[in-house]
Each structure stands twice: as C-alpha cells, then as structure tokens.
Design a protein around this ligand. Structure first.
Ligand code: TRP
Length: 323
C-alpha cells in the first residue's frame, strides 16, 4: 500500500507585492514539494491586516497572489490553494488556542513597541493555520522558526490536557532555500517595503536591469563568494546561481577577471529570463477572474472540509455543546 504523504502548510501575506525573495526563498521550494507531499498553500490575508492595509489593494493583491502562485508552477489540482479569510475555522481555532497561550510567551516574540492586540496574538493565528490541518512540516524562513516552535508548545500543552488532538509540526527549512538579500543593503533581507533594494516578481525587464546595475558591491572588483567581507557580491552570486542552476564555483570561474561592469548586468539578465515566463503567465491568469474564482472557491471548500474535522474534535474536547 502506498504510504500516506506528509502534510505541509505554508503561507505568504498579501501585504505587499511578491518579490524575487518570495520566489527563491519560498515558492520555488513549494513547487519542488508538491509531488511528494500533501500541501496546502495559503494567502494569509488575516495576518496582513495586523498592519493597516488599503482595502482595494489588499483585495487585488490577495487574488493576484493566487495567480502568481499558479504562474510559478504550483498546480491547483495537486495542492490546496486558498485565501485564509475564506476558511473561518482559522479564526475560530485561533480564539481557542489563544486561551492556551501565555501572555508571556507572546511577549517573548520579537516585535515593535506600539502594536495592536492583533499583531501581538499573530503567532496564535499562525498556530491555528498550522494545527487545523494536522500539519507535519512547515516550510518557513529562519525568522519564522520561533513561531513554529510556539505552535508546537501550544499543541503539546493542548494534547497534554485533552489527549492527542494535534499533530506536532516541525519547521522545514529547505536546504537550497536561497535567502535573497537587499540589493541596496546586502546585510538585510530583501524586503517588499524597500523598493530600490527589492526586485518584484512582476517588475519589467528594464526595471530589473536598472536595479541590478545599481546593486551595492565593494571596491575590489573580484567576483568571489565571501559572505563576511563581500556580502553584496555573495548575494548576487547566490541569485545568479539560483536563477541559472549553476554552482558558485562555476559562476566564479565564468566571471574570473571580468569586473562588476560585466557581472552585474549578467545577473540582471539571468533574473529577467527567470521571471519573464512567470510574469507573462501571471498576467494571463490575472486577467481570467472567473478561473481564479473557481480555484480559490474550490481551495476553500477542500480546506474547510479538513479544518472542520479538527475544529469539531477540539470543540467537543473542550466542552462546547453540540450544535
Ligand atoms: N507569518 C508568516 C510570515 O509572515 C506567514 C504565515 C502565516 C505562515 N501563517 C503561516 C507561514 C503558517 C507558515 C505557516 O511569513
């Protein structure tokens, strides 16, 4: 008999346009996982409103993000792809889990001073996302690991009181997860909120080329991977290798003695060619609103079916009267 596939859940907030970092650091890995795992890929709009959003922009981005997931190669037949707010069980389980989370645990999460209670309890909603689906593995970046750990703690506590209810999830940091750094400041992560250091998935070729030609480097004009001393060049090398499939050694050899005036546009070209088909396909899918609606409705209904199984067990165990 065929072994049961492990379940994966991950999501990205529609709080900004998707970037080259979203693709190389997350979505590309999701595509590689879709055949071997049972995957749910979510557009976490409820997380996005922990920071003020413009309503029309949020609405547009949530749906466009789905188009971009598909254009990157995520197959809506193989994966459950949906918008978080379409599955109200996330909010419902989030409330319950909040009653099993200590204030102190949330205070220890790194965040700014002046925050809403929604932002403060954000890790609880994330735990609900994960636990609703009996998730085994959660592909996330290094910065999100603490949230998956907290999710495990909450699940363990709940299971301890009520007996096995939730699968304990593990963070799943992929080996080849290229962490793409800002082109303007290669010591910080490429961020949607830094338009100059950031390449967006939907950027036009000329914008991509301009951003790469302006990328911060250093003054020794040698294309060599050295994260400590040459963060800019190392970042460009990582991007080039992720875009072309070449190894760092191959890339260093290719640009030996060539200077940054040749290297930077070459990296730009490799990204233009990587993103071109994705952008074109996204544009095509974004124009087909009926198709997208079909996908997200189907995704939400498949997700709800699974979510309800967990939520009704939870409600029974904690003593809510049957409906
Ligand atoms: N917090 C994640 C981020 O900002 C997004 C997220 C929300 C998520 N729920 C999740 C990621 C569940 C993985 C699993 O990047």
């Amino acid at each position: 008999m065929e072994e049961k596939k492990k379940r994966i859940f991950s999501g990205i907030q529609p709080s900004g346009e998707l970037t080259l970092g979203s693709y190389m650091g997350a979505i590309k890995n999701w595509v590689d996982l879709q055949d071997d795992y049972d995957c749910l890929y979510c557009i976490v709009d409820m997380h996005a409103i922990t920071v003020r959003q413009d309503p029309a922009t949020l609405r547009r981005r949530s749906v466009n993000q789905l188009a971009q997931y598909i254009a990157c190669g995520l197959d809506p037949q193989k994966n459950i792809m949906f918008i978080q707010s379409h599955v109200p069980q996330h909010a419902e389980l989030g409330w319950v889990l909040g009653c099993y989370t200590q204030f102190g645990e949330l205070s220890r999460m790194t965040h700014a001073d002046n925050i809403t209670s929604g932002l403060f309890t954000y890790p609880v909603l994330m735990a609900a996302d994960i636990l609703l689906y009996q998730t085994d593995l959660v592909p996330v970046g290094e910065d999100q690991k603490q949230h998956v750990e907290l999710c495990r703690d909450i699940a363990q506590r709940f299971n301890g009181v009520y007996g096995d209810t939730f699968t304990l999830p593990e963070p799943f940091i992929p080996k080849m997860g290229a962490r793409v750094m800002s082109l303007g400041d290669p010591t910080s992560k490429m961020s949607k909120s830094d338009p100059d250091g950031c390449v967006y998935m939907m950027d036009k070729p000329e914008d991509i080329m301009r951003k790469f030609k302006r990328a911060v480097t250093d003054c020794d004009a040698c294309v060599k991977f050295d994260k400590e001393n040459k963060p800019g060049i190392s970042n460009l090398l990582s991007i080039y290798c992720a875009a072309t499939g070449k190894t760092v050694a191959e890339a260093e050899f290719e640009f030996a003695g060539q200077g940054y005036g040749i290297f930077k546009p070459a990296v730009g070209e490799s990204v233009v060619e990587l993103l071109r088909p994705i952008r074109e396909e996204s544009e095509r899918i974004m124009a087909d609103k009926a198709y997208l609606e079909g996908i997200y409705k189907e995704g939400a209904s498949r997700a709800q079916y699974l979510a309800n199984k967990t939520l009704s067990r939870v409600y029974r165990k904690i003593g809510f009267a049957a409906r």
